[in-house]
Design a protein around this ligand. Structure first.
Ligand code: LER
Ligand code: MN
Length: 270
């Protein structure tokens, strides 16, 4: 497995679960010094991703981009894919498609987390799931056209009521034949929702495409109380070779969270 660490380029996300906050050059430089394999980027929009500049940083630091988040569209604009207003759903889809394209230029998949939205107002669950499936079909095709996968992330119940558990999400992807959509299994959300994180990972084996590496309290792994050994064992048993990406609070500060993440990664990833 490979290590990754998050950088937020969205000031409005302050206090959110991201390790680096001081721009791309700072994140790439410190990620390299600390021994990470890759950086995961949370941009405000595709237009704010300087692709050439990021490619130069990747070459200079010999680091990959692990994934690119799309949640900026929710944080900044409150757009999402299940919004009752069709114009807002269209803005959400366009926002995500543009990030899929920019991420692909960096060799990375895009993530659908917060932008999936929720069943709300007068929208029925069936209607929301139809909109989600239609959007995922679009992202599936768009990512595949670049030879990339697309990452769908089940979130805990306080953030969405669409899919909270990995197996339910995997079944939905199977039913809609979304072969290029993989699951982003976030260990923080899973700690709240799954009966057993290792069992859930084994059940969804072939769909697991990315892991957000966070402890029970969303601090760096080792700063909470999740039992990580059985989770790593499950990931090994399903042949997962992707990223463990630290989407955690910069607490007690950025450096401590990053250093602790790498310490845990080295101990667990034997
Ligand atoms: C995004 O990866 C995520 O996990 C959500 O909880 C938004 O922070
Ligand atoms: Mn996450």
């Amino acid at each position: 497995m490979k290590s990754a660490v998050t950088v937020s380029l969205v000031p409005q996300a302050k206090g959110g679960p991201f390790v680096f906050w001081d721009g791309l050059a700072d994140a790439f430089t410190h990620a390299k010094i600390l021994g990470f394999d890759a950086v995961e980027i949370f941009p405000p929009a595709a237009e704010a991703l300087p692709v050439g500049e990021i490619q130069a940083l990747m070459r200079a630091q010999q680091l990959a981009v692990a994934a690119v988040g799309t949640g900026g569209g929710w944080v900044i604009h409150k757009w999402h894919l299940c919004h009752p207003d069709p114009a807002i759903r269209a803005k959400a889809r366009d926002f995500i498609c543009a990030i899929i394209d920019a991420a692909a230029a960096l060799g990375a998949p895009a993530i659908l987390g917060s932008m999936q939205g929720r069943v709300e107002a007068d929208v029925s669950r069936a209607q929301a799931l139809e909109w989600l499936a239609d959007a995922l079909a679009l992202f599936n095709a768009r990512a595949a056209s670049h030879g990339q996968c697309f990452l769908y992330e089940p979130l805990n119940r306080y953030e969405t009521n669409l899919f909270n558990r990995a197996a339910d999400a995997a079944r939905f992807l199977d039913e809609h034949q979304l072969g290029s959509v993989k699951l982003l299994t976030d260990l923080f959300h899973m700690n709240l929702e799954e009966s057993s994180i290792p069992d859930a990972l084994r059940t969804c084996a072939s769909r697991v495409g990315h892991v957000h590496f966070a402890d029970s309290n969303r601090h760096a792994v080792g700063f909470g109380h999740t039992s990580m050994e059985p989770i790593l064992e499950a990931l090994r048993s399903i042949g997962y070779t992707g990223y463990l990406s630290a989407e955690v609070f910069a607490l007690p500060d950025t450096t401590a969270a990053a250093v602790q993440t790498m310490r845990a990664f080295a101990e667990l990833n034997r």
